[in-house]
Design a protein. Structure first.
Length: 586
């Protein structure tokens, strides 16, 4: 930027200034300073474009991108008869509306947080100018989720946004309304306008929107990828919900019955699906293994969550079989609930202090938590969701998956889990649960534990994340050694420019130039021939598309390759070129 002093007569407020319209500006707190000392902090301005000059602007006119309050304070001093020197201004390059809007936002947000609707208006304009939520987040020091939450206000009817801005609707209510369809929002406004009707707000609104209890996607026992009903995202609660409760229950009931049938086929004496909403009380049942007639109880909550309890019979059945202890008359506990709470917390504090001095024990305990889970831990395996069956088949059959699966099976055997289990995460916690697995891990030497850690981390490593771009070079990943070109990829390449670049990459520039006018089918066949060495073509070995290498690159100047963008953002990070020697250190 260039710093200039510009006469106030040559300045006007830019339409991209985030405070260009709306509430009357409050300049009372800065007016005394401007009267006494003038404007000290430079305004951010840019030269007016030609169309604006044609509408009355004069040569040398500038529009204010940021600093509207200082400008109006200077105008107020001038109207009082005071003398105003030319104002200090930092001059931006003309024409970039997005950069100008960002400058206005950055200054205003740093000085005074605008209301949320104003942010939505400004962020929406940035999106129209080509900025992504990730770009906006990086610019303003926000998380991408915070930006998406602000942009979610765009799902609201204009009147609801206006009521929110005026303070007639609270934040909790408006955030639940972002989940509603436009028709449902109109129904809600009708209730708001009807003085005789009950209009739900806050947490009650969510139940109203979903026709009762809201059902989160995490409650589904079935594969959500196969679900055809509508799912809405709650950007404020980081959860997704089923919009149609009846469609959910149809799919959930079928999945529960399939699960029950699988248990019956596995040899359990009986599988009991409890009435929806009825809780399973362990104290009313006796632990009984499958070989002795134990049953499976499936409890389903009113919001759809499914809990499966394996190996139980009722106390009545156990007494008939002579398995349960005789029922004794209840006795008053030795200590009260508050005393028990006191004892539990002090013992917890003492154990935690000791654990802080035993990192090796803590590591094993953490691994047990990740595998089994607990009320305080929620870890999910990467689902590796694919866009088509062809892609799924390609990934499942690749060498990398085979290598990982072999090592996973070794860890399953090491832990004594079902060797056919698809993941180590969520593995059988046995009779003693988390504590039992922890004791097993304590018995493992460090090298074996590191094998478990590596598989657990691999199963929970997010696909398509910046971590992949950091880990790939760090681990020395060579895609040519583990990946082979297949029709699944070649058939997906439809862009003419990209296909031509791939052909040049594989067959050479002369072949690509000679076939420039050929159809995509012909070009793909030439690429296949070069990769397989068929039809007289010399075989090209070790070819990997530029998008898949570490680091990745693009074939065109258009951009839009997510892997390239992610790699660019983490390129400045200092990364150890080789894996840390954990095994050797052990």
């Amino acid at each position: 930027m260039e710093l200039k002093h510009i006469d106030i007569a040559h300045l006007s407020v830019s339409p991209v200034n985030m405070r260009a319209k709306g509430k009357t500006l409050d300049i009372a707190n800065i007016l005394p300073s401007v009267r006494a000392r003038g404007v000290l902090v430079p305004l951010i301005v840019r030269a007016k474009s030609c169309p604006e000059l044609a509408e009355g602007g004069s040569p040398g006119s500038y529009e204010i991108v940021a600093g509207k309050r200082r400008y109006h304070a200077a105008l107020a001093v001038a109207s009082e008869g005071g003398e105003i020197e030319p104002l200090p201004c930092a001059v931006m390059e003309a024409g970039d509306d997005a950069a100008a809007l960002e400058a206005s936002l950055i200054e205003n947000i740093a000085r005074l947080d605008p209301d949320e609707v104003t942010r939505w208006e400004s962020f929406t304009r940035l999106v129209r100018e080509g900025r992504t939520p990730e770009d906006i987040a990086l610019t303003f020091g926000l998380t991408e989720l915070q930006v998406k939450r602000t942009l979610a206000l765009g799902n609201l009817l204009p009147r609801i946004r206006s009521l929110y801005r005026l303070g007639r609707i609270d934040a909790a209510t408006v955030r639940h309304l972002t989940l509603a369809s436009k028709a449902r929002q109109r129904d809600w406004l009708a209730l708001l306008d009807d003085e005789t009707a009950y209009c739900p707000s806050g947490q009650a609104l969510k139940g109203w929107l979903f026709g009762g209890a809201s059902i989160p996607v995490s409650a589904a026992l079935f594969d959500v990828a196969d679900y055809t009903g509508e799912i809405v995202s709650d950007l404020f609660g980081d959860e997704r919900y089923f919009a149609d409760a009846s469609a959910f229950w149809t799919a959930q009931t079928a999945a529960i019955e399939a699960k029950a049938e699988a248990y019956r086929e596995a040899g359990w004496s009986d599988v009991i699906v409890m009435p929806t909403g009825e809780a399973f009380h362990s104290w009313e049942h006796e632990r009984t293994p499958k070989r002795k007639g134990g049953k499976v109880f499936i409890a389903v909550s009113s919001r759809g969550d499914v809990a499966i309890h394996e190996g139980y019979v009722t106390l009545k059945e156990a007494r008939k079989r002579g398995q349960a202890d005789p029922v004794e008359k209840p006795v008053r506990p030795e200590i009260s609930v508050p005393i028990q709470n006191y004892v539990d917390l002090h013992r917890h504090a003492a154990v935690r202090a000791g654990l802080a001095d035993q990192p090796s024990v803590a590591l094993r305990l953490m691994v047990a938590h990740v595998i089994v889970g607990s009320p305080l831990w929620n870890v999910r395996a990467e689902a590796q969701r694919t866009a088509s069956d062809v892609i799924a088949e390609s990934v499942e059959g690749c060498a990398s998956e085979a290598i990982f699966d072999e090592k996973r099976r070794a860890v399953l055997a090491l832990l004594g889990f079902d060797p056919e289990a698809p993941t180590v995460i969520g593995g059988d916690d046995g009779e003693h649960g988390l504590a039992g697995l922890f004791v097993r891990l304590l018995q493992l030497p460090d090298p074996a534990l590191f094998d478990v850690v590596a598989i657990v981390m691999g199963e929970t490593l997010e696909a398509g994340s910046a971590l992949i771009e950091v880990l790939g070079p760090m681990l020395g990943t060579d895609m040519a050694k583990v990946w082979q070109p297949d029709d699944a990829l070649l058939d997906l390449i439809r862009d003419r420019e990209v296909l031509g670049a791939v052909l040049s990459d594989v067959a050479g520039e002369s072949v690509a130039a000679a076939n420039e006018a050929a159809t995509g089918k012909v070009k793909r066949q030439i690429v296949r021939d070069c990769l397989t060495g068929e039809n007289g073509r010399a075989k090209v070995a070790g070819w990997v598309p530029r998008w898949m290498t570490f680091p990745p690159s693009a074939y065109t100047e258009r951009g839009g390759v997510a892997t390239v963008a992610r790699a660019g953002k983490v390129a400045s990070l200092a990364v150890t070129p080789e894996p840390l020697p954990l095994r050797q250190a052990a």
